[in-house]
Design a protein around this ligand. Structure first.
Ligand SMILES: [Mg+2]
Length: 182
């Protein structure tokens, strides 16, 4: 069970994801979570650093899709349109259905796909069940839905277990910050 909750990589923020390295490893598709991964909770503004990172991904030829569990269609649509990316809202991650739909829309294969998100029980669990490469980022914003806050506590327990078992691959930049989380 624990192995399905373990991200392949844990970084502080999307900008810390080395796109060139992933491209060299033949990955060509990014399925990106929206809230707290690319944009702060309830925010409608992307940071320049995130926009720069997405620009690089585009330049390197990554196919991309926003995959959000957010049920507000307009929010997901508007934000992804700002980025010029396709999106799926109400994705019901960790269920496989939306992941598969995104792959089909992009004509992508799971072997070459990376899921990026800030939640273990939706983004990472869903991606691992599907068998794609998974990257966990720290949530951009501390304010969240009450249910998510409860989930965060469970996530900390999972992260602690993963770290103790030596299963967690943490990027250099996160190591210091990581001490504070656990
Ligand atoms: Mg999220």
């Amino acid at each position: 069970m624990l192995k399905y909750l373990c991200p392949n990589l844990f970084v502080r923020k999307v900008e810390d994801i080395d796109l060139r390295k992933l491209k060299e490893k033949n990955f060509d598709t990014l399925l990106l979570d929206l809230d707290n991964t690319l944009v702060g909770w309830r925010s409608t503004k992307f940071s320049p650093a995130v926009l720069e990172w997405l620009k690089l991904a585009h330049f390197l030829g990554f196919k991309m899709c926003i995959l959000s569990n957010c049920i507000i269609k307009n929010r997901v649509k508007k934000l992804s349109e700002t980025l010029g990316l396709p999106s799926i809202f109400k994705a019901v991650k960790p269920r496989k259905k939306s992941f598969l739909r995104a792959l089909k829309n992009l004509s992508s294969f799971k072997e070459k796909t990376i899921v990026v998100g800030d939640q273990i029980f939706t983004d990472i669990f869903g991606g691992n069940r599907l068998g794609v490469y998974t990257i966990l980022v720290l949530p951009l914003d501390k304010r969240e839905f009450f249910t998510t806050i409860i989930q965060r506590t469970a996530e900390k327990i999972v992260l602690f277990s993963l770290k103790r078992k030596g299963m967690l691959k943490v990027s250099g930049g996160l190591k210091e910050k990581f001490k504070g989380i656990l």
